[in-house]
Design a protein around this ligand. Structure first.
Ligand SMILES: Cc1cc2nc3c(=O)[nH]c(=O)nc-3n(C[C@H](O)[C@H](O)[C@H](O)COP(=O)(O)OP(=O)(O)OC[C@H]3O[C@@H](n4cnc5c(N)ncnc54)[C@H](O)[C@@H]3O)c2cc1C
Length: 391
């Protein structure tokens, strides 16, 4: 098999890259370990920055998102049992975010690729990448029990944090930057209409809580928990009780409950590798960086990476020039580090740390008070939340 760009992983990074390349007349093959059904059902992110929404619309895959997604013009920050709103529209000259589940974005991208007769190979096994520093890198894999080889001009490592592409780069080439947080998020998906029109980020002495949503019928809720906690310790009753306690507000607001459809615990880390290129392998999305979910940035960073990569590959195939490919890593990392900073800052402001003391708690409360009462600080939060410019 032969293609111009071999893409490992059919997550947001891989599928969007394949779509953006197709629009420039560049051929790709996407190899994915999971089945199409698993990819289309995996519940993860749900907040799209303005730039991600614009990109999906500009490239013709935003129609269902515009019909079914929920446009949010702000968020609420809760502390001391009171809520204060950050008004994105007013603070960022009309920008907003879109609540639209990641797996719905993936469904739209898969459909677009299949309509265009793009090649998506699901349920592939034993993927390995090789000859990365030569001119014809290759991917070996098994499909339906038989071994196959794919020869490419370039390989895009879009295979997430646990994929095979990053480990294929010699360790002496990569610099790893990492912070692991001393807490995790216990998240539920509930069959309950969202109890608030906008997301509520709550700082509470028992730990952080987040009220979010995926649709007018489905709520997504999180509570901070210990990193080594076991989901079996959390009955549905205990989760709702904790949510009621942490989200309780002085104005008599009520949290609506409903059947819990899914629940799970996710660890929190910040992680970046530099550079994001080795020879003809380009890493994009979670394979190169992870952010704690507090800033809702992971999917958006993946989209920003592949936007840069698709333009660089477009320039290469149009003119033979490699300047944009050579600067891919530097271009992406400038924005990635700003987004890392924002995600770390939101996380640090809103969570209880195991070693914090009354001074730290007072400092966090002062920060929340400042962020919600100073226009300069509110603008800073808002412009980061709706998304920094992609270029
Ligand atoms: C609970 C949770 C909530 C989140 N909330 C948000 C949010 O609100 N906003 C936001 O922006 N981000 C959020 N994120 C992060 C976001 O989901 C990820 O950053 C995003 O999925 C990254 O996309 P990706 O394409 O880089 O990687 P992935 O989505 O991980 O996709 C990688 C793909 O590669 C496949 N793969 C892996 N290894 C192989 C292999 N060896 N061979 C073939 N295929 C392989 C995987 O099966 C997967 O389909 C959240 C994450 C979690 C876990």
């Amino acid at each position: 098999m032969r293609t111009q760009v071999g893409i490992i992983g059919a997550g947001p990074a891989g599928l969007l890259l394949s779509h953006l390349l197709h629009l420039q007349g560049i051929e790709s093959i996407v190899l994915e370990a999971r089945s199409q059904q698993q990819v289309e059902k995996r519940v993860r992110a749900g907040i799209l920055e303005q730039g991600t929404v614009d990109l999906l619309n500009e490239t013709g895959v935003g129609a269902r998102m515009m019909r079914q997604g929920l446009v949010h013009h702000g968020i609420e920050l809760q502390f001391g049992h009171e809520r204060r709103r950050i008004d994105f529209q007013e603070l960022t000259a009309g920008k907003s975010v879109m609540v639209y589940a990641q797996h719905e974005v993936l469904k739209d991208l898969i459909e677009a690729r299949l309509v265009a007769q793009g090649q998506l190979l699901f349920e592939v096994d034993d993927v390995t990448v090789g000859d990365l520093d030569g001119s014809k890198p290759k991917v070996q894999f098994r499909k339906d029990g038989s071994s196959q080889e794919l020869i490419c001009d370039f390989i895009a490592g879009c295979d997430g944090f646990h994929g095979v592409c990053r480990p294929a780069v010699p360790t002496e080439v990569l610099n790893v930057f990492e912070r692991i947080y001393p807490f995790a998020w216990l998240g539920i998906l509930a069959q309950a209409p969202p109890s608030s029109k906008e997301l509520i980020y709550a700082y509470h002495e028992r730990g952080f809580a987040l009220l979010s949503m995926r649709s007018p019928e489905i709520s997504r809720l999180y509570v901070q928990c210990p990193p080594d906690d076991d989901i079996r310790n959390w009955s549905d009753e205990r989760i709702w009780q904790e949510l009621h306690t942490r989200l309780e507000c002085l104005d008599g607001w009520k949290l609506m409950e409903g059947p819990v459809l899914q629940k799970g615990i996710t660890g929190m880390r910040s992680f970046v590798v530099e550079p994001m290129q080795y020879g003809r392998l380009f890493l994009a999305g979670d394979s190169a960086h992870i952010v704690p979910p507090t800033g809702a940035k992971g999917l958006n960073l993946a989209a920003a990476d592949v936007r840069v990569l698709s333009r660089a590959l477009g320039e290469y195939y149009a003119s033979g020039k490699i300047y944009l490919l050579d600067s891919y890593s530097t271009t992406c990392l400038r924005r990635i580090w700003k987004v890392q900073r924002f995600s770390w800052w939101m996380t640090s402001m809103l969570h209880r740390f195991s070693d914090d003391n009354p001074f730290d708690q007072r400092r966090q409360l002062a920060e929340l008070d400042y962020v919600t009462s100073s226009r300069a600080a509110s603008v800073s939060l808002a412009e980061n939340y709706v998304g920094l410019p992609m270029d």
